[in-house]
Unconditional design. Structure first.
Length: 249
């Protein structure tokens, strides 16, 4: 499969599943909290926090795109086979609720696995899921654990991780945020460190590669650092195009 075919396959998959396809925004963002566009969600940030209406501007609460991104926060890792400064992020969103409903954790997990397994033919037995273990006022994401089990990921391939890896945002001091669940792909023991403890987020090797991050946007962090429940819930996902392409090639 050529790269353009993968982009098109992703967009067609979400379009046939009721998503409006949106063009990539500029690398120079309208979001004043960042210098450059670093994630697909940035052009939708005001919709995710509820201050703008996606129905008015896009005609749908379910969106998908291929976004150009530029990052420097992990620049020390650039040069290996999984990190770039300039890359493309494939993403899908479910923003707020209306009479037609929305999808939340169950839908996000189902769509991601459906694309990876049914559309790309990746081996589900090589997939691991990470979930938020819970910290402070925000509890462990037992709902996500149950959904991964229902979708065929066994308990031994579900890891509970801290906010360092499994809580997303906000991009600025305040804003929408929430626990996330990541899909990691096992590239094989030849990429591993050889330790019995080797698993996703292993600090000693590159055996497990994160291929998709599913953000369950439920909170807003205020100026005092407190987390308040959002009036609406959202799904914000991102998967690295280059990483996904290397897995299906």
């Amino acid at each position: 499969m050529q790269s353009n075919q993968l982009r098109q396959k992703f967009l067609e998959y979400f379009q046939k599943n009721g998503h409006k396809i949106v063009q990539s925004s500029s690398l120079l963002p309208t979001d004043p909290s960042v210098l450059l566009t670093t994630a697909g969600m940035q052009q939708f940030s005001l919709y995710l926090e509820g201050s703008k209406d996606p129905i008015k501007d896009f005609g749908s609460r379910h969106l998908a795109d291929v976004q150009k991104c530029f990052r420097t926060n992990d620049i020390d890792e650039v040069g290996d086979d999984t990190h770039h400064t300039l890359f493309e992020m494939l993403g899908n969103w479910s923003i707020g609720t209306d009479e037609n409903g929305q999808y939340f954790k169950q839908g996000a997990i189902g769509y991601a696995l459906g694309f990876l397994v049914d559309e790309l033919g990746l081996d589900k037995e090589k997939m691991w899921a990470t979930v938020f273990v819970g910290e402070g006022s925000i509890p462990k994401d037992t709902e996500a654990i149950g959904l991964w089990l229902e979708n065929g990921i066994p308990q031994e391939r579900i890891m509970e991780c801290s906010s360092e890896n499994n809580f997303w945002g906000p991009t600025a001091k305040t804003g929408p945020c929430g626990p996330c669940s990541e899909i990691h792909y096992d590239r094989g023991i030849e990429y591993g460190c050889g330790k019995d403890t080797c698993a996703p987020n292993c600090p000693d090797c590159k055996r497990f590669v994160e291929v998709w991050n599913l953000v369950f946007m439920q909170y807003r962090k205020d100026e005092q650092g407190q987390f308040q429940k959002l009036a609406q819930t959202n799904i914000d996902t991102g998967t690295g195009f280059e990483r996904m392409y290397s897995k299906q090639s």
